[in-house]
Design a protein around this ligand. Sequence first.
Ligand SMILES: *Cc1c(COP(=O)(O)O)cnc(C)c1O
Length: 398
Amino acid sequence: MWRTVEGIGIERTPEDSPFRRVNDIVTGIDEKDDRFMGAVAPPIYENSIYRLPDFATAKSFNKGEVERYMYGKNANPTTDALAHKLALLEGGEAALCYSSGTAAIFTALMAGLQHGGHIIVVKNVYGRTSGFLKLFHPLGVTATFVDGTELQAIEDTIQPDTKVIYLESPTSWQFELQPIQDVAELARKHNITTMIDNTWATPVFQNPIGLGIDLVIHSASKYLGGHSDLVAGAIIGSRERIAQLPQLGAVLSPHESAKLMKGLRTLPIRMERHEKSSMKIADYLNRNGIIHEVRYPGLPAFGQHELARRQMHGCSGLLSFKLDTDLAGVERFINGLRHVSIGGSWGGFDSIIYTTAMSANVEEMLLEGFIPTQCRLSVGLEHVDTLLEDLDQALRKV
Ligand SMILES: *Cc1c(COP(=O)(O)O)cnc(C)c1O
């Protein structure tokens, strides 16, 4: 079991290390049948049409008796190699890759809600996820947003026609966790499908399928890719559930698939560094008098730290904190940063910061419970002392 050591970071025994398991999966391309002629990096299959040798093969293919490639939108060998790795990483039987995390979310929601019904969603979920539910409203879908930190709140919200419970643990601004295993058990009792957005934790630090979740969703545009050079998504689950996902055409290109596989190779190394640096930075921020709340599940002071330790193997590098100042003070802090860049996304090599104070509609966001002086920092792979120095000199300008 990992534990937080103040001022140092996270400590764990080698047997508890999630990095070795992931490293064993991401190296090599697992082609036992040597489909790729021994290539160590995946070749890019840049084609839409595949020739079938004769009438009988075409017929067998259509009956599902032989596995072949026929059309690029349905399957691509490069993308399949990636999907195979993602399934292994999450401990699922199968996976499908999408042109974005958003496309993956839409597909999963469509699979669960195509016949209407009720969905329970945790509050502070990724913005486009809640946006989709408004879009689904005319299809007869109703949604209830709950505080998912307590199992009881979810249980109280279940209705006879509840089809899906949708989690995001932790959420990506407030970092609220849900008790994943308990929710999965509850859902199973009521025959409800469970889905989770696992983007923050990555398969390195959290494996929801092992905790009983049906479908795991990723935005691979963050840590899985890891180099801020691609947009992609994925859904992982049982063979049966993955086969039932509707084909909406938002497939991932073979080029992006190859690039993503390259990113995956360094995933365990990168996550180890992100975690180590983030622990130090969270600890530093937590001691700084101008900051009144650091939200990072790895901090012992974090309200749900014990749950984080129970259901995650460690912590990634995105955290938020609130500055004890006004909007002008936040602006001085952000403009004072020399190394950390201003930007909206996260999970890449470079450290990026964003604040609610920069939003076009600060007033609207206040109503949604955002604090205008809240900053979200994606701790990158730079040397941690460079980052600490940069934050320190900028905080002095507040
Ligand atoms: C970015 C993000 C998404 C959406 O992924 P895209 O690849 O940008 O479409 C979904 N969930 C979370 C938590 C995200 O941060």
